[in-house]
Design a binder for this molecule. Sequence first.
Ligand code: UD1
Length: 425
Amino acid sequence: MSQYFSINGGKPLAGTVTISGAKNAAVAIIPAAILAGETCVLENLPRIADVRGLKNILTGLGAAVDYTEGAAMRIDPTTIKGTDATFSEVSAMRASYYLLGAMLGTYGEVELALPGGCVIGTRPIDQHLKGMRALGAKIYLDESRNILRAQCNRLRGAEIFFDVVSVGATVNVMLAACKAEGQTVLCNVAKEPHVVDVANFLNMMGAKVKGAGTDMIRITGVPQMHGCSYSVIPDQIETGTYMIAAAATQGDVIIKNVIPTHMEAVTAKLMESGARVREGDDGYDFFLRVSMDGRPRPCNIKTMVYPGFPTDLQQPMMAYLCRAQGTSVVTENIFESRFNHAKELRRLGASIVVAKRVAKVKGVERLRGGDMSATDLRAGASLIIGALAAQGVSKVHNIGYIDRGYEDMEGKLQALGARIERVTQ
Ligand code: UD1
């Protein structure tokens, strides 16, 4: 049975939406809990397929995981029996590569099925492996079975300069280094909010990680870590998705459970395009209010590592710019083929020309409903925004990608007045 979203667009979004916990933090923090050697309690996890998948992976390894969606997840890793992580759930999810750092760091070995996940061009893990080797691990790759084995009797701290700024490599090597002997210095690291969140979690478990959020992270190895309770930060990308959706539908939306400083690049671009973005504090929490009248002004987007404009919001932003009063240039600097959504948005009447890493988006007055297929998670969000902004009925297929990373997207949009239904056929 397949499912799709049916969206009757053209209605401004209005009301309040509450942002869930950060997917990219959660998918690292859940495997990182193995390092504790005791029970950890994780709160504010998003109710998404990737979190369910990781719960199943940890259970498959033998951990005792107690989780009811919407409540905290309790992870007791002491019952993990072995280091074989080659079962099918592991290869199905890209973020399972964090088992490399978590299990190598805890047990000194791991056998891991290589990652799947979103198809957005070549996504090498050479920097992860470079980091593990620098800490002393031997890595064996079985390319015929798509399996990696890493082993080391005693990891030792090292200075590692990453060739590219990688979220995954930064986090993975950080996990492996927590219990390594001596000091590890990671240079040219990613500074994304979820990297800082993972570092905070590691420190709550007794690790000594300093400098997360800057270009250099120093980790002083500790022999043991311990259990803790931790609440995951709000999702920066989900926040940006609803900000853009509000503007694209000429709506007026209050977005709660946000960290406004994480959103500065997006806020700046939305304001440049003519949207109003206001920050507020209701005495309990921060919120953002995004409103828009009329079509946006065109603006140019260049994706960059944090604090630049996030690649994960390039696709939603392109859907918004399809109705701009002029031509916008969107440059994708992080992933080499992250424009698969462009040909889908053309089905709504968008005018987009792609040449290598640059897309020229010539704004049109109206988009009309059409049939589209998501090719990855954020492409899916982009198509939903395009459909919400279009006149008439659209279908968005392949929504399994969207369920991987957005909690109850149709429920949250319906609460904002959107006419969106999940259809099972
Ligand atoms: C993470 C996010 C993803 C986001 C991306 C960039 C998670 C689970 N996913 O993905 O949502 O789009 O950051 O912000 O957090 N690279 C190498 N060698 C490596 C690793 C990466 O060359 O070993 C390159 C990649 O091809 C890419 C760039 O580095 O061009 C950035 O990738 P990276 O930050 O590692 O992305 P992910 O961690 O996979």
